[in-house]
Design a protein around this ligand. Structure first.
Ligand SMILES: Cc1cc2nc3c(=O)[nH]c(=O)nc-3n(C[C@H](O)[C@H](O)[C@H](O)COP(=O)(O)O)c2cc1C
Length: 163
């Protein structure tokens, strides 16, 4: 799959097959996150990988729309220092989900509405925050896969030569 097809066909998926993600694929995903550029090359993001069932269930209680964390074979939390830029974390996240999708692995970002809960469950030291959690897993058969939500037409989205 070329990069453009990967970007356009990737939709956030909240249901996963009961099939583990090979360590080699997980490493590719993490490498893709690592290679994201950051402001001043500060490289502020750290990743916490979770496969353990009970811990995933606990983490799922830290978000309001996070139930699918429990059924995802792999979960990655992107952690920033308290003053870290969300944009840097966003670049890591998008790199990871696209690298995963290129290998047929679906994903969904999950917000930790109770940030302290996420810090506690993941054992993250003070002075950090969880920017976003990514749930990864092989998607269900294409027939039952969701098509995703529509996007604003390009004509409405884009202003040329100023707003
Ligand atoms: C910053 C961010 C936070 C999100 N948080 C959640 C969440 O907590 N739970 C969830 O199910 N989806 C979450 N999503 C997924 C969005 O709902 C999804 O990207 C949007 O509906 C578009 O989905 P699609 O690409 O499949 O059309 C989040 C997405 C982003 C970018």
């Amino acid at each position: 799959m070329d990069a453009y097809t990967c970007i356009l066909s990737k939709r956030d998926t909240r249901a996963y097959q009961d099939r583990p993600i090979p360590e080699e694929s997980l490493r590719r995903i993490l490498q893709a996150g690592r290679m994201a550029g950051s402001a001043k090359n500060l490289q502020p993001c750290r990743f916490v990988v979770l496969k353990d069932g009970p811990k995933k269930e606990e983490l799922a209680t830290c978000g309001q729309f996070a139930q699918h964390i429990a059924s995802a074979p792999v979960v990655v939390a992107i952690v920033l220092p308290q003053d870290g830029r969300e944009f840097d974390a966003g670049r890591c996240a998008q790199n990871m989900v696209l690298a995963a999708w290129a290998k047929g692995i679906a994903s969904c970002p999950v917000t930790m509405h109770d940030g302290d809960c996420a810090l506690r469950v993941l054992g993250i030291p003070q002075g950090h925050r969880v920017s976003i959690v990514l749930a990864f897993g092989y998607p269900p058969s294409s027939g039952s896969r969701r098509k995703g939500t529509p996007r604003i037409p390009l004509e409405e989205l884009v202003h040329r030569e100023g707003w």
